[in-house]
Design a binder for this molecule. Structure first.
Ligand SMILES: *Cc1c(COP(=O)(O)O)cnc(C)c1O
Length: 364
């Protein structure tokens, strides 16, 4: 909720849309307009489809990538979460990790058999996988800044290698920007890092708090989707007018008055404050941040992949979380979920948060 909860203009747009009708099972002008806004904002997207959630977006993007390449295998990175898509529920980050169940009951071995799991930021792992089976790989999907094993930042070498290898081997590079889209920059991580994937998935901010996701990319790839192509994807409620109104209005506001510089400043302030609170309390920690996404890891070393995240002191996080609740601050309830804040979190609120953390950590 980058604009905060119950933002007036968004609520107004939702109300007006609902009064006109909540679902037509047919495209609307408002849906086309949101599509245009997305295409204008996100560098990789020439054509886009609206769906109802981030999960649907990644599920559909994978199907299109496989349909377009005629290949089966997909590379994902451990600790990255892409929604509850069967084939991607392996080594899947936050909720799965917190509950100690990286793989879910109900996912068949077959569903996950074509998923290759690599370590995030591992350039040579990526090179080896492509050297061995590059011509079978339909797609590489990743969180271009990870939010689902805590905030983990990619190296430019990792992103660039991935871009080069996928291009060389005719594989489709999918940035899952469900969390980073309109968050780390208006055009997402791809704008921030200057690396353009072939396809992009969106959710969260793009729906302005309503159930809406989107997937899109290069025109020739998206033209594989029915009715232009043969890859099936549909949805009765996809692009429904109420969700579209919330998303469209949110993007209008973000474009008209971009909050990103302010979010960067507040992010810097919060990261520095949390880190100094932990240092003063003598607690081993590291803070990772990109813009308004960040995590205080109870881990002395930098966290660049899941194996390192997994070494965090979960009990310490638990004490930190409940201590902050006692101080009236609700942080994400897992060490493996990035914190993000809205444009309404001003200096006073950020400082209050730091004070609460300082109190909590000093009492450890
Ligand atoms: C939240 C999230 C999803 C899933 O989106 P839902 O709307 O919860 O289905 C997918 N990918 C990433 C990176 C996410 O953070």
């Amino acid at each position: 909720m980058i604009l905060g909860h119950a933002q007036e203009e968004v609520v107004e747009a939702i109300t007006q849309a609902a009064a006109r009708g909540t679902s037509y099972g047919a495209p609307t002008e408002a849906e086309s307009r949101l599509a245009e806004q997305i295409i204008e904002a996100v560098p990789s997207i020439e054509k886009v489809r609206l769906v109802n959630s981030g999960t649907e977006a990644t599920m559909s993007a994978l199907r299109v990538a496989r349909g377009a390449t005629g290949r089966n295998k997909v590379i994902k990175f451990s600790g990255n979460y892409h929604g509850h898509v069967d084939s991607l529920l392996v080594a899947a980050g936050s909720a799965a990790a917190t509950l100690g169940a990286p793989d879910s009951p109900g996912v068949t071995p077959g569903a996950a058999a074509d998923t290759i799991v690599l370590s995030y930021n591992d350039v040579s792992g990526l090179q080896n996988a492509f050297a061995q089976q590059g011509d079978e790989i339909a797609a590489v999907i990743l969180e271009p800044v990870v939010g689902n094993m805590g905030c983990v930042v990619p190296t430019m070498e990792f992103l660039q290698t991935m871009r080069d290898l996928t291009s060389q081997h005719g594989s489709i590079l999918i940035f899952d920007e469900v969390m980073t889209g309109f968050r780390v920059a208006f055009g997402g991580a791809q704008e921030r890092f200057g690396i353009t994937p072939d396809m992009t998935t969106l959710g969260k901010i793009v729906g302005g708090g309503m159930p809406l996701g989107a997937y899109g990319g290069r025109k020739d790839i998206m033209d594989q989707v029915l009715p232009a192509g043969k890859v099936f994807q549909a949805g009765t409620l996809s692009g429904n007018p109420v969700a579209v109104a919330a998303g469209s209005t949110t993007l209008d506001i973000l474009k008209k008055s971009p909050p990103y510089e302010a979010l960067e400043k507040m992010g810097e302030r919060l990261a520095a404050g949390l880190s100094s609170a932990a240092s003063d309390a003598g607690i081993p920690h590291t803070v990772a941040r990109v813009g308004s996404m960040m995590t205080l890891f109870f881990n002395p070393d930098p966290v660049t992949c899941w194996d390192q995240a997994d070494r965090c002191d979960r009990d310490a996080f638990g004490r930190y979380f409940w201590g902050l609740i006692g101080e009236g601050v609700y942080m994400p309830c897992s060490q493996f979920e990035a914190l993000f804040f809205s444009r309404l979190h001003d200096e006073a609120i950020i400082d209050e948060t730091i004070d609460a953390a300082r109190k909590t950590l000093a009492a450890f």
